[in-house]
Design a protein around this ligand. Structure first.
Ligand SMILES: Nc1ncnc2c1ncn2[C@@H]1O[C@H](COP(=O)(O)OP(=O)(O)OP(=O)(O)O)[C@@H](O)[C@H]1O
Length: 208
C-alpha cells in the first residue's frame, strides 16, 4: 500500500503547494497530469522522500518515510522505490551492466548478473549489456533508465516525465514497458507528466 496524506510543501513564501491525497494498492497504476510549473517534480520528490513535506505524510508498506533518519530513508528508498527521471543518470565510464550492478550494490544487494540480464532482455536491450550509456540511442537510454529503476524489484516505481522527449511510437512503448515492469513485481506505478498522449493508456488519472 502507498499513501500520501495532506501533503503541503513550500520552497519559500511565494511558492506553496497543497497536493491531493493519493492511495494505491499493490499493482495499481496512477497517472498524475499537470501543466509546467504546477509542482509535478516537487510532488515526485516528496513521494520519493527526496524532499521533506512541511506537513502531511508519505507512507509505503506501513513505513512513514519522514519518520526515518536520513540514512535509513536513503536505504529504504534504494530497496523499495525505483525512480525514472526525465533525463537518465548514468555513470558514463561504466557499461550498462556495471551501472545496474552499482544500483544493486548501493541498495545493499549483491551483484546479480541473472537479474540484470532478465531486466535488460524484458526491455529489449539485452544485447546492449556491455555498451557504455552514451552509445545508446535516446529510446534505448530511456529503456535503460527504466532498467535502473526496476533492477531491485521496488514496491513503488515513480517516473518523472519519462516520455516527453520521445516520439509517439516510443512514448507508447515506454508506457507499456513501465506497466509491464510494475505488474511483473506487483509494484505500484506513478507517472508524473504533462504529456497528454499518456491519458489513453491509464484508467486511473488525476490532474494537479
Ligand atoms: N529549489 C527550488 N527553490 C525555489 N523554487 C523552486 C525550486 N524548485 C522548484 N521551484 C519552483 O516550484 C514550482 C514548481 O516546480 P516543479 O519543478 O515542481 O514543477 P513541474 O510541474 O514539475 O514543472 P515542469 O513540468 O516545468 O518540470 C516552479 O515555479 C519552480 O520555479
Amino acid at each position: 500500500m502507498f499513501k500520501t496524506q495532506s501533503l503541503f510543501f513550500t520552497y519559500n513564501q511565494q511558492t506553496a503547494f497543497r497536493f491531493p491525497d493519493i492511495e494505491l494498492a499493490a499493482g495499481e497504476n496512477l497517472l498524475v497530469l499537470g501543466e509546467s510549473g504546477i509542482g509535478k517534480t516537487t510532488l515526485l520528490h516528496l513521494m520519493a522522500g527526496l524532499l521533506r513535506p512541511k506537513s502531511g505524510s508519505v507512507e509505503l508498506m506501513g513505513t512513514v518515510l519522514h519518520d526515518l533518519s536520513s540514512a535509513r530513508l536513503d536505504s529504504f528508498r534504494g530497496k523499495h522505490i525505483g525512480l525514472v527521471f526525465q533525463r537518465p543518470y548514468f555513470v558514463q565510464a561504466l557499461s550498462l551492466q556495471e551501472n545496474l550492478a552499482l544500483v544493486q550494490f548501493l541498495a545493499g544487494k549483491s551483484r546479480d548478473k541473472n537479474r540484470i540480464k532478465e531486466v535488460l532482455n524484458s526491455l529489449g536491450i539485452g544485447h546492449k549489456l556491455q555498451e557504455k550509456p552514451h552509445r545508446l540511442s535516446q529510446g534505448e537510454q530511456q529503456r535503460a533508465a527504466i532498467a535502473l529503476a526496476v533492477i531491485n524489484s521496488p514496491q513503488l516505481i515513480l517516473a518523472d516525465e519519462p516520455t516527453s522527449s520521445l516520439d509517439d511510437k516510443n512514448c507508447s512503448k515506454v508506457a507499456i514497458l513501465l506497466k509491464e515492469q510494475a505488474s511483473a513485481t506487483g509494484a505500484q506505478l506513478i507517472i508524473i507528466t504533462h504529456d497528454q498522449r499518456l491519458k489513453d493508456q491509464f484508467q486511473n488519472a488525476i490532474t494537479l
